[in-house]
Design a binder for this molecule. Sequence first.
Ligand code: FES
Ligand code: FES
Length: 156
Amino acid sequence: MTTRTISFTLNGQVVAVQAPVAINLLTLLREYMGITSPKFGCAQGNCGACTVLLDGEPVNSCMVLAPTVEGRKVTTVEGVGTPEKPHPLQLAITEHYGAQCGFCTPGMIMSGVALLKKNSHPSRDEVVAAITGNVCRCTGYKKIVESVLAAAESMR
Ligand code: FES
Ligand code: FES
């Protein structure tokens, strides 16, 4: 198996990891770096459970070949907030019951964070559009949308 060193910025820190060249970013993060917030759902780019930010844009990490992140910035939930200092969206999801089983939640958070960085006054339709690639089998989406809108309000 051919491996190489992949160097990139992960949650604000420059990292370098030796890994097979043919794995995806999701596997690199979960199995080689101990970053478990991105979830393994469909592995086909359909569910959004593996969403991370790549240079600030949400991507399905299962669809990104790991070596292509060389020199780029990757952000996961681990870089968004901590239990001591959660991101406003993490707080809002808790307060507005935006998570049930929680499997989709990290991906939802990353899509929501990307939206809120660009748009501090998103409409309901804009929130729906931002999370359109994130599948939730539990909540019916209403509570998630309300959480993003509440986070936007609290950040203004
Ligand atoms: S696991 Fe990546 S989109 Fe479903
Ligand atoms: S909270 Fe269970 S899949 Fe979304």
